[in-house]
Ligand binder design. Sequence first.
Ligand SMILES: NC(=O)c1ccc[n+]([C@@H]2O[C@H](COP(=O)([O-])OP(=O)(O)OC[C@H]3O[C@@H](n4cnc5c(N)ncnc54)[C@H](OP(=O)(O)O)[C@@H]3O)[C@@H](O)[C@H]2O)c1
Length: 369
Amino acid sequence: MADHCPLHQILRPFGSQVTQWTMGQRMNGHSIAVIGATGAVGRVFLRILEERGFAAGSVRLCGKNSVGRTMSVNGRDITVEEVTPELLSQVDFAFISATTEVSREIGPLAVQQGALVIDDSSAFRMDADVPLVVPEVNAEDLLEHRGIVSIPNCSTTPLVMVLKPLNDVNPVQRVIADTYQSVSGTGAAAVEEMKTQSRDVLDGRVAKPHVYPHQIAFNALPHIDDFQDNGYSNEEMKMVRETRKILHLPDLPVSATCVRVPVAVGHSEAVHIELSHPMSPEDVREILGAAPGVTVLDDPKAAVYPMPIDAEGKDDVFVGRIRRDLSHPNGITAWIVSDNLRKGAGLNAIQIAEEVVKRGLLMTDRRKA
Ligand SMILES: NC(=O)c1ccc[n+]([C@@H]2O[C@H](COP(=O)([O-])OP(=O)(O)OC[C@H]3O[C@@H](n4cnc5c(N)ncnc54)[C@H](OP(=O)(O)O)[C@@H]3O)[C@@H](O)[C@H]2O)c1
């Protein structure tokens, strides 16, 4: 494996000597393309890549409006390029973090060119032959990949991180989740909109909405993505369907209300979980405290509970306000917070790549097998 390759060791971290192979062939050390490198997720993704020292032999950055611009990765300047079939033929991994339309166009093309696609969009999540993966929950689903692996919606990921360890000991019967989602979940332009509107309101000017249908500053919008005929938004239905798929519980009753709030980074969720048997809040704290990637922060009387401003920049999913649901004998209520750009997107994508490498599941590995 490339992790043991001497060349890779020389190149690690990837910015130390050489940032890009110029020859048109794959080399050991995992070449990657980041499509959407300049976006809210893309920028955090690159930071996490550096932090984790992911085994990248070469990094190619791709965009649309920012083609020609340079970005610093590990102290090296890399020029943003257009996505081309040739570029895709030179990489092991294509991380796509742009738009659903871009994913639909580039994803299959990248697979054709021999790259493994890790896709942040909703384009392929519900496709039967595309694993939808949170490594702490269902890493074994990667064995079934056919070139594309999807990451879930940024509210689904923290929810399944909490549901899985509980479900393992006390099967989950029903879930209600109400979200308080930050503007960075919409992308870089929405963060700017919230800042501009906040200044406008404080200075007595009219706040003009562009990204959202209404003012987001000092407001809450029960509206994320388009609405369906059943009265739920696409975002809410993503939480329903994706939770079922990841947990392999196709009939699990799930209901969600997704709300956009004027928070920059970090999605919060109030969840009501009906289990098969009664369970004490102490037992829930113990189970979740032992779960990988989950941190329990739960001492409300001392004002200790998860908050987005604390979760920003952290990898874990934080859980607190764990208590009995007074409306159901088997019910537990909790408050979940996580950084939507990290565990909700970039970190999960890199953890998938790490798992793929560990299990020898790259397209090139498969061809050799
Ligand atoms: N934000 C979140 O919390 C989150 C969480 C999970 C999943 N996601 C998903 O991740 C994806 C990116 O979200 P984001 O929030 O980072 O959006 P964003 O801030 O709006 O960034 C969009 C990125 O896509 C690039 N792009 C647009 N059209 C392109 C094209 N034709 N070819 C190549 N690159 C193109 C843009 O590049 P230029 O700047 O060069 O135009 C930009 O880098 C979306 O699919 C989103 O649903 C987001």
